[in-house]
Design a binder for this molecule. Sequence first.
Ligand code: HEC
Length: 142
Amino acid sequence: MPAFRRRAGLLAALLAAGLAFASQGAGTAAASGADAAVERGARVYERCAACHALDADRTGPRHCGLLGRRAGSVPGFPYSPAMRRSRIVWTEASLDRFLKAPLQALPGTSMGYDGVKDERERRDLIAYLRAAGQGPRCKPPE
Ligand code: HEC
């Protein structure tokens, strides 16, 4: 009898796990292509998180508000002269160019990072930066 109950318990656990897995799969499949890109981009962003955060300056400047702002314009952040004088405005196109090879795109930048070489990873990353900029961590303080 105890053996039977153990097996029944195991079966129930397996069933629950299977159901959880199935519903997760359905959720992922239902997510639009854009959501999936943002999700992949969030994982690429983990490489940036050594130096950046969305809502706080670290080694690198905060990324909230990035799309549409002038390069080198977060007040108080100690940018390189190269970044401050670059006259870049951060758009999908300028980010793509910079993130592919920061040191080549902007000689003199103090961003010591080799870049994201994979084109799709860059696209996903930029989709993430755009979405995160409109997300709860980037809401302006009330
Ligand atoms: C080793 C630390 C480091 C890593 C890793 C890093 N950054 Fe940076 N980032 C910096 C620094 C420092 C600056 C300021 C550069 C300057 O002033 O020239 C910067 C600047 C930037 C800027 C310009 C922001 C502005 O306000 O003008 C963008 C955009 C940026 N980083 C995106 C990224 C992304 C996306 C990643 C991940 C793929 C990344 N960075 C990885 C250190 C880093």
